[in-house]
Design a protein around this ligand. Structure first.
Ligand code: GDP
Ligand code: IMO
Ligand code: MG
Length: 420
């Protein structure tokens, strides 16, 4: 069977930490979409590790990890990441597998990402500039290169053909960077990629499923960045909701059991686009400081605001979330009052539904206040030991969403998680 773990907001919900916590219960952890735009933070032996492409189960001895076909892989960042993980004593040749149908990010994808963002000016997406959009465009445009292609003797030819197309596109932009250094790194990294376990991801995974093995599908980004249902066009280029698991790994819906949704106790967003509960004031600044809200991939300050239950209700519906994990509840310890958005007011009318297009709309979040708990919770060792005010807040979230909060994460550490 397959359980799914995904982010319900605009990314950075703490997925990496939670996957690492759950990994011991599964035989396989499989990433199904996204690429090096993701930054999943975990603590291993008190050391901080940020994973971009490698699934967050690699630090568990008996767990195998798969990079699924739905991912876009940049050989350069992948190689660097593998080197770091190997330095921590992990033998990736034993526990990491890559689906041969995974698409590859080439240097000109990154160049196109940068050129396109520059051309958009004020309207830029706020992309991580890792080449994600252009790589997925080539996938659906049927031009892309895949991991299986690196094993072909004519890989260089295929690469040159794609590069020629990209150079034509780049000529339309005011872009004149020399990419020869990027290319040198790229071809060295491709050599490295050839030495890794490249498999038919769909057969590999289905054989394990048929043999009764347990798989956790690890999402990247968040549901509000989904290319179909997110705040388009300020989204990423993949399906981040549970539907992405089937196409991103080659597994049938019948295998999917639990859908574990991860949400922060408040909300953040990095990059452009509407954010109804954003706090552009001192409270937002306090959240950013207390939560150390700076991007794991780009270092950009994250925009902060109260939890948005309208958006969460929407994303729980889209993915059929069966249980919630609430992270960073400890960040709210310092607040005398905690707020939650329970409806949007648009042109004087209240709604609990996500409108077609929220960018450009003036949305007033309808906030409900809860008394804070004003006591430290990072050292709490059981759910029962959490302050009553926090439990009240959690029960309200549960009843609004109609989904139980099974776990509360009360700190970044591996052991700072409480089961209800
Ligand atoms: P991901 O992309 O969803 O894996 O999340 P990120 O790693 O980008 O961002 C989450 C950040 O919050 C990381 O710095 C984590 O170490 C940290 N974190 C995760 N869970 C908690 C928590 O419960 N409390 C606190 N204070 N920090 C947490
Ligand atoms: P994890 O997995 C937060 C955002 C970018 C930008 C938009 C498009 O760590 O939660 P892209 O690089 O995909 O073209 O950027 O999506 N974004 C993320 N925001 N967490 C992420 O991943 C993100 N990956 C992309 O900031 O707004
Ligand atoms: Mg992140």
């Amino acid at each position: 069977m397959v359980d799914v773990l995904l982010g319900l907001q605009w990314g950075d919900e703490g997925k990496g930490k939670i996957v690492d916590y759950f990994a011991g219960k599964y035989d396989i952890i499989a990433r199904f979409q996204g690429g090096p735009n993701a930054g999943h933070t975990l603590y291993v032996n008190n050391q901080k590790v940020v994973l971009h492409t490698i699934p967050s189960g690699v630090f568990h001895g008996n767990t195998l990890n798969l990079i699924g076909n739905g991912v876009v892989l940049d050989p350069v960042t992948f190689r660097k990441e593998c080197e770091k993980v190997s330095e921590l004593g992990i033998d990736l040749k034993k526990n990491l597998y890559i689906a041969e149908k995974t698409h590859i990010i080439v240097p000109t994808h990154r160049a196109l990402d940068k050129a396109s963002e520059l051309a958009k000016g004020q309207e830029k997406i706020g992309s991580t500039l890792k080449g994600i959009g252009p790589a997925y465009m080539d996938k659906t445009g049927r031009n892309g290169l895949r991991v299986g292609d690196v094993l072909s003797p004519n890989f260089k030819e295929l690469y040159e053909k794609l590069k020629a197309k990209h150079l034509q596109l780049l000529a339309n932009y005011d872009f004149s960077e020399d990419i020869s250094e990027w290319e040198k790194d790229f071809f060295e990294a491709v050599e490295f990629l050839r030495t890794m376990n490249i498999v038919s991801g769909e057969y590999w995974l289905n054989q394990y499923l048929t043999a009764g093995k347990k798989v956790l599908a690890e999402g990247a980004q968040g549901s509000m960045l989904d290319v179909d249902f997110g705040t388009y066009p300020f989204v990423t280029s993949s399906n981040t909701i549970s539907a992405g698991v089937c196409t991103g790994l080659g597994v049938a819906p019948k295998w999917i059991k639990e859908v574990i949704g991860v949400t922060k106790a408040y909300c953040t967003r990095v990059g452009s686009g509407a954010f109804p509960t954003e706090l552009e004031d001192e409270t937002g600044e306090t959240l950013r400081k207390a939560g150390h809200e700076f991007g794991a991939t780009t270092g950009r300050p994250r925009r902060c605001g109260w939890i948005d239950l309208v958006a969460l209700d929407y994303t729980c519906m889209l993915s059929g979330v069966t249980q919630l994990v609430m992270t960073k509840s400890d960040v709210l310890d310092a607040f005398g009052t905690v707020e939650a958005c329970v409806a949007y007011e648009i042109n004087g009318i209240e709604t609990k539904e996500m409108p077609y297009q929220i960018n450009g709309l003036t949305i007033k979040p309808v906030l409900q206040s809860f008394p804070g708990w004003s006591e430290p919770t990072a050292a709490a060792s059981s759910y029962a030991a959490l302050p009553g005010e926090m439990k009240n807040f959690l029960s309200f979230v549960e009843s609004y969403l109609g989904v139980p909060v099974q776990f509360v994460s009360n700190g970044p550490g591996r052991d700072q998680i409480l089961e209800k």
